[in-house]
Each structure stands twice: as C-alpha cells, then as structure tokens.
Design a protein around this ligand. Structure first.
Ligand SMILES: *Cc1c(COP(=O)(O)O)cnc(C)c1O
Length: 397
C-alpha cells in the first residue's frame, strides 16, 4: 500500500482539492478530532475494538457474490460486494461506528449530524445506541415529510430529530443548522460527517474507515477466482462507498477503477447530479472539490432518482483521482437505474438501493460491450427504503 499513505498531504490536500476552510471558532475542534484520529489509528486497543464491532455487531466480512444470472444475461462476469448485508443495510455504518468509537475515546457523549434522505441519520443513530451516546440529527422539514420511515427509524433508535424550517428546508439548511448546534456544544459532542466530504480530516477518516470493504473484497475475490477483477465499480454521491472499495485495488495498476454518478433526467443543469462529468473546481461546506455551480458560483440545484447521490459537490479525493486519470467516471440516468433495479430484483433475488443500482446499471452496459470481462461492483445498500417510491411511481417492473 503506497497510495493510501501518500494521499492526502498533512494539510488534507489531494492535489489541489480538499483542505479545511473553517470558521475560526471551529478550528480548534477540528484540530482536536484530527489529533485524536492520528493517535487512535495507531492504538492497538482502538483497532481491536473496531475489529470486534465489525465482526460481531455489523456481521462483517460481507460476502462477495457472483451474480450468475445477471452475468449470463450480459455476457460478462459481474460480482457484487454485498454491503446490503452490513448491519442497518448499507455501507454507511462502517464509518459511523468508526466515528462513534473515536468520539468515545475522545470522551464525547453526543453525536451530531445532518441528514438528507435519512440514511446517514439512521446509521449514526444505530452507532449512538450501540455506544450509549446521545444523537442529534438535523433534517429539513421537506425531507422529514418525504422520508417518513427513516425518521421513524431514527426515533426508535433513540435519536433526537431536529426539524429545520428555514430557507429551502432541505439538506443545505440541515448542514447549517447542525454546524450551529455543534458550535454551542463542541466540548461534549462530535460532528459526524456522512461521506468523504467536508473539511479535513473527514475525507481521509471516512475513506480509511470504509477501506475495510476493499481490503475484504480483494482477498475474497482472489480466493474465489485466483485473480483480480479487470474492473471495479461503485456509485458516487459524496464518494465514500466508492473510495472504500477502491482502497483495496488502487495500488493494482491492472485493475481499472470506475465511479458512476447520476445523470438524472438529462444533461441540463438542475436535472442531474453528475459532478465529476460537468463540475468545475469550487468550494462547498469547507473544502475544495469539483462542484456543480450556477452563474454566481453558488452550488447548483441537483436531481437524482437516488436521494443519496444528489449532492452538488463530491469528495476531494475523487476530484483528484479524476485529474490523475486513475479512476474513470461515468454517468447513468434515472431510466437506466430503474431498469437495473427491476432486473437485479427479478434475476438475482436482491432488491438494491437506487444508489447501488446506478453502479450495477453501468456494469451491465459495460459488460455487454466487453464480453468475458470481470467486474466487481459495490452493492452499497439494500433497496427496502426505495420500494414504496418505485412501485407508486413506476409500478412493479
Ligand atoms: C448514502 C448512500 C450512497 C452514497 O454515498 P457515498 O458517500 O457516495 O457512498 C450510496 N449508496 C447507499 C446505499 C447510500 O445509502
């Protein structure tokens, strides 16, 4: 492993992207988190507790599965890393348990975060319950109305869901509200970011907590086939499930890496969330990355059928990996995603999250054009959260 050690640099930069642009009041708190993280990642106690949690609570390792029916249909060999079988149904718990364990070792009593569709909120509330910590989740009123089952889950798990009623009453305002609340209680609380985004050290910390997927998958795939896959693919919202899986293969030059982002309803600004394809360098939420922005340079409105992918920015490391060419990025639209969602359900008996269906849709398309090739795809989460939306709007496929 050399890449993971070399990036980012000490200031949290991946090439020109990343960094930490914080209000001065928050600087000491982020420095405290960074110091604790650097110390704990070398602590045998911390690492063994994390290993214990992954094995006995989360149910890791999750399997790698050969999608034999889909592969026969497509004419290429498609494998899934089954993060849908990770406890709470998606990869997000990998970094939430890490962040909460960090908080515990720092002597914090409370986890604070924002959530959009509620996925990060549910994973963090799960982690808080495990550690017996308080959990405060800020969520826009519009999202609360749209994502009722996740709000119920968070409440059952003991979280305090704070409705955000100003401005657009959605994710951006939820971030502002959560930061504000964190500022007033940073001595006893930690802000737990939900992807490889935000100010340093979060993009690095979240990637490293998520790298467990890639390390497992490389070993499992080798054991199953005796070789490495030709291609490794994952969907990209903020980019954490992709970087976690890529981490296992990034030093294997013969393995091609692919990030798949949402093209939504089309190429017009506002209709998609294809940051890697159409974004320009910019700044959002305290870090530099590729960004979809309007004429004034403000973050643009975005759309995807998968609410976990509709973010106008993207992790700084992805922005860097696109520049260097180590990872290729592709965009898949809502219709292709739905088609894959139905096919995977019928042909493999697995209902995937709409986010994950983007990556699998790309693998199916690419596989048809490259018969015989091998593709390992991250099935980042299960689709139970999406079934009402899909069947009410598009039927049963
Ligand atoms: C949140 C989410 C994503 C997108 O987040 P990344 O940080 O890009 O991985 C993808 N899949 C599922 C199932 C999610 O819940």
């Amino acid at each position: 492993m050399s890449y993971l050690k070399d990036f980012p640099n000490k200031e949290g930069y991946f090439g020109e992207f990343g960094g930490a642009f914080l209000p001065p009041e928050l600087e000491p708190h982020f420095a405290e988190i960074e110091q604790a993280y650097l110390r704990l990642m070398r602590s045998a106690d911390f690492l063994s507790e994390l290993r214990y949690i992954r094995k006995h609570y989360q149910g890791r390792p999750t399997p790698v599965y050969y999608a034999h029916n889909l592969s026969a249909d497509v004419g290429a060999h498609i494998y899934f890393k089954r993060e849908d079988l990770n406890h709470s149904g998606a990869h997000k718990l990998n970094h939430c348990m890490g962040e909460a364990l960090l908080a515990k070792h720092m002597g914090k009593k409370k986890l604070i975060a924002e959530t959009g569709a509620g996925q990060h909120g549910v994973a963090l509330a799960t982690a808080a319950a495990y550690f017996g910590m308080e959990c405060e989740i800020h969520m826009g009123e519009i999202d609360i109305a749209k994502e009722a089952p996740n709000v119920t889950r968070m409440k059952l798990l003991g979280a305090n869901v704070v409705p955000v009623g100003f401005g657009g009453r959605s994710l951006k305002e939820a971030v502002d509200s959560a930061f504000q609340s964190y500022l007033s209680q940073a001595d006893e609380a930690i802000f737990a970011i939900g992807s490889v985004v935000g100010p340093h050290p979060f993009p690095t910390m979240v990637r490293n907590f998520q790298s467990v997927m890639g390390i497992e998958a490389r070993e499992q795939y080798l054991e199953m086939t005796g070789e490495l896959p030709d291609h490794v693919a994952a969907c990209v919202g903020g980019g954490s499930n992709a970087l976690g899986l890529f981490a296992g293969f990034i030093d294997d030059d013969d393995v091609q890496l692919h990030g798949v982002e949402p093209l939504g309803r089309g190429t017009e600004l506002g209709q998609h969330s294809a940051t890697m394809t159409y974004g320009k360098p910019g700044m959002i939420h305290g870090f530099k990355c590729l960004l979809l922005s309007d004429e004034e340079g403000n973050p643009a409105p975005v759309h995807s059928i998968a609410s976990g992918l509709d973010y106008p920015g993207v992790g700084p490391e992805h922005s860097h990996l696109k520049t260097t060419g180590r990872v290729s990025y592709h965009a898949i639209n809502d219709d292709e995603t739905l088609d894959a969602f139905y096919k995977i359900s019928r042909r493999e008996g697995i209902i995937p999250a709409l986010e994950s269906a983007h990556a699998i849709a790309w693998a199916m398309k690419f596989g048809r054009d490259h018969p015989g090739t091998t593709i390992l795809v991250n099935l980042s989460g299960r689709g139970d959260k999406d079934i009402d939306y899909v069947t009410e709007n598009f039927g049963h496929g």
